[in-house]
Design a protein around this ligand. Sequence first.
Ligand SMILES: NC(=O)c1ccc[n+]([C@@H]2O[C@H](COP(=O)([O-])OP(=O)(O)OC[C@H]3O[C@@H](n4cnc5c(N)ncnc54)[C@H](OP(=O)(O)O)[C@@H]3O)[C@@H](O)[C@H]2O)c1
Length: 274
Amino acid sequence: MDKNKHRILIFGGSGFLGSAIYKELCSYYNTFGTYRTETIALSKNQHYFHYILEEDDATEIIEAVKPTIIISALRGDFGAQIVAHFHMVEYVKNNNCKLIFLSSANVFDAYSQFPSYEQDKTLSLSKFGYFKIKIENMLLRLPKKKYAILRLPMVFGKHSPRIIEIKAFYKAKEPIEVFPNLILNVATDFKITQQIHYIINRNKSGIYHLGSTDLVHYNDFIKEIAKTLQLKNPILKQVYTTNNDRYLAVLPKHNILPKHLNYRSDFVINELKQ
Ligand SMILES: NC(=O)c1ccc[n+]([C@@H]2O[C@H](COP(=O)([O-])OP(=O)(O)OC[C@H]3O[C@@H](n4cnc5c(N)ncnc54)[C@H](OP(=O)(O)O)[C@@H]3O)[C@@H](O)[C@H]2O)c1
């Protein structure tokens, strides 16, 4: 593949997903990333830029890199993120560039009675979901070929914050919270990075729902994880938010990826065994 085909800038390139995406793409494309927390390795890396949402102007880094693809994998203050994404969208509008935004199943968290598909109307009751919808709407005003909105359910990779947290609670003999009525699909960074690579390589755009093809009960899934990680008698704290089943699941209907990029929830569990 022509390494010069794309220049890719990953905002949040030091995070769990951002760094996994960087690793997946850097041998194929000219890839750059941002980091907030200083480390010797990152500050020495010519492809990484120090960037703090609340202090720095995203445009300066964008103008320095001149990306053809921007990937947004940031966390941080919602207001500052809105401003940063406004700058990204302005650049994309006026240049040969596409914006890939990591969104969340939470954009549908007001609809609890069924899974959600790409073209469903978003509606959220949470601050986080509402914030993600706001950014999605900024992208949706761009021509379709200039954006990809990737909605992710909960991600459970080996190095994911969720798995690290489960192990830490277990070690400290503290309870792991579980939500008995929650039904969801799940994701792993291993597949997400391949899916993003495919979306870039095939120049795909629009809205994608990237998660397992099947649904799981949160309780059962966490128990399965505990078994796989060989945590003996973990303390599970049942948190009841409703007596009815509640869905937090994003499934594809329109933008279906090829078979080898699809997976079931047991794949996510098996990944933890490696
Ligand atoms: N993980 C999931 O289960 C999941 C599910 C759905 C959607 N998503 C979305 O995927 C994206 C990435 O999530 P993640 O789990 O990879 O998050 P993460 O590991 O916490 O990484 C967040 C990234 O944002 C950077 N960051 C945080 N605060 C910042 C600030 N004030 N200024 C500049 N940079 C800042 C971090 O930099 P440092 O690490 O250098 O401080 C890091 O690079 C997020 O948009 C999230 O909403 C994640």
